[in-house]
Design a protein around this ligand. Structure first.
Ligand SMILES: [Zn+2]
Length: 137
């Protein structure tokens, strides 16, 4: 069995709240303890960081981020959107799939990253993901 958690999510072996998928990219609501409620846009293949992406993966990653960001805006009308990444071993990563975190922001959100709520239960994540999927059309 594959031990990589992202590969297992891509394969459907670990349930995740998927919002977008194409040949190269999978976007899902983060189910981990560290960043609950974020939307992760991850390349499906192993690529530790930006440098490791081929041109096709790079284009797909950027396109996936933009599409999901637009859908988040349409679904939730946040005042802002934080986009960040921390990839590779030097950033303490243990999964080696280039990925970007998308986090809608509202006035008053601090670095606690409370959108939409700090620790949304699974049902809430499914509701948020459904709204984003609907906005993706
Ligand atoms: Zn993997």
């Amino acid at each position: 069995m594959n031990e990589c958690i992202f590969c297992r999510i891509v394969a459907g072996q670990i349930p995740a709240t998927r919002v977008y998928e194409d040949a190269h990219v999978l976007a899902f609501m983060d189910i981990g303890q560290v960043n609950p409620g974020h939307v992760l846009v991850a390349v499906k293949a192993h690529a530790e960081n930006l440098y490791a992406l081929d041109d096709e993966q790079a284009a797909a990653a950027a396109r996936g981020c933009v599409r999901v960001a637009r859908a988040i805006r349409a679904a939730f009308a946040p005042q802002g959107l934080s986009v960040y990444q921390a990839n590779g071993k030097p950033a303490g990563q243990t999964v080696f799939h280039y990925h970007v975190h998308l986090l809608p922001r509202h006035d008053g959100d601090g670095m606690e990253l409370t959108w939409p709520v700090k620790n949304p239960p699974r049902e809430k994540l499914e509701q948020y993901a459904a709204k984003i999927r609907a906005a993706l059309g």
